[in-house]
Design a protein around this ligand. Structure first.
Ligand code: NAP
Length: 318
């Protein structure tokens, strides 16, 4: 990288990423100093304590979240680097690839370091690239969960999320099957994904729900009502597409793009880092899971854990 081609902002961002990579010393101390730990921690389901900056493992597959990635060795390096940077919450799903993301996680990280939480999901089928269809039948969910256990080489999945509620199947049947898998010891905690406030309330009448994973970011706050329920009821809120799927265009066209740019400039960070810092500041229930296949982007995203927005900056982004 030639310095002469970097803008001041890019230099500050690279410096932050490099600075956060210099972690050394005994394991425990290193974990506390790890970049992802700067975001603070969150307790999921009362017993799983994780750093509030996670990693989404959907982007380590092929185009259209289909098939093998271009460079599987690099994908494994990204996963290992995420853990080195202090990430101890990795989100995946059987549908990513399908199977590819879970398999790469096992290849890169098994035997898993203590405290690493792998959250996976079931309930979506993949007929082809960029195609997602729902299947919430109990038999399918059981088969999917057992296959994930095998692929991830786990005896129990810490957090199993129903990827989507299937309108063809009563939620009580889908979630009832997850509750059975939980009683059998195959699942520790159950979460849901892309639900409304009413769907979440109905799900919680069927089985204890510890987390919700909905699309949420600085330019799409349509799940603000669900976030409020998570805060009140002490469930983790895991925003997917936390940096608007990496789209500079979306971030720059949002109503608060000028305020986001001002926050980024004030902290000497990128827009994507500012968007992640906004999520962290927005709520203590928030557990962002930025996804990337790139080592440089990984370092940049995780380095956002140390960026603290002031109350005034938060207000400009309200
Ligand atoms: N529950 C659900 O229905 C659902 C749906 C979608 C996703 N998810 C989960 O949420 C995670 C995150 O969502 P997402 O991957 O869709 O969106 P995202 O994290 O907002 O954005 C990921 C995209 O941004 C790019 N990117 C990452 N860091 C960047 C940086 N610093 N600068 C520029 N570009 C950057 C990545 O490309 P590069 O690879 O080139 O870095 C990737 O294409 C997924 O990995 C998955 O675990 C869940």
């Amino acid at each position: 990288m030639e310095t002469s081609y970097l803008t001041r902002r890019q230099l500050l961002v690279s410096a932050a990423a490099v600075g956060t990579a210099c972690v050394a010393g005994p394991r425990a101390a290193a974990q506390q100093r790890a970049p992802a730990a700067a975001a603070g921690t969150l307790r999921i389901g009362g017993d799983l304590v994780v750093n509030r900056m996670g990693f989404g493992a959907m982007r380590i597959t092929g185009p259209g979240i289909w098939g093998e990635p271009k460079d599987a060795a690099e994908a494994r390096r990204v996963l290992r680097r995420a853990v080195e940077l202090g990430v101890n919450f990795i989100d995946t799903a059987d549908a990513y690839g399908p199977e590819v993301s879970e398999r790469l996680i096992k290849e890169a990280l098994h035997p898993y370091p203590p405290g690493l939480v792998i959250a996976t999901k079931g309930g979506l089928l993949r007929p082809g690239p960029d195609q997602w269809t729902r299947d919430g039948r109990p038999a399918h969910l059981r088969e999917a969960c057992e296959a994930s256990l095998q692929r991830l080489k786990l005896e129990r999945i810490d957090l199993y999320q129903l990827h989507r509620i299937d309108p063809q199947v009563p939620a009580a049947d889908s979630l009832g099957e997850l509750a059975r898998l939980q009683r059998e010891g195959k699942i520790r905690h159950i979460g849901v994904s892309q639900v409304s406030v009413d769907e979440l309330a109905a799900a919680r009448r069927i089985v204890p729900i510890v987390s919700v994973q909905n699309r949420y970011n600085v330019v799409d706050r349509s799940s603000a009502d669900v976030l409020a329920v998570c805060e009140r009821e002490r469930m983790a809120f895991i925003p997917w597409a936390p940096i608007a799927s990496g789209s500079a265009e979306k971030l720059e066209s949002g109503a608060s793009s000028a305020a986001l740019d001002a926050v980024a400039q004030a902290h000497g960070v990128s827009m994507w880092q500012a968007a992640l810092a906004w999520l962290l500041a927005k709520s203590p229930s928030m557990l962002p899971i930025p996804g990337t296949s790139s080592m440089a982007h990984l370092e940049e995203d995780i380095a956002a854990a140390r960026v603290r927005l002031t109350a005034a900056q938060l207000a400009t982004l309200a």
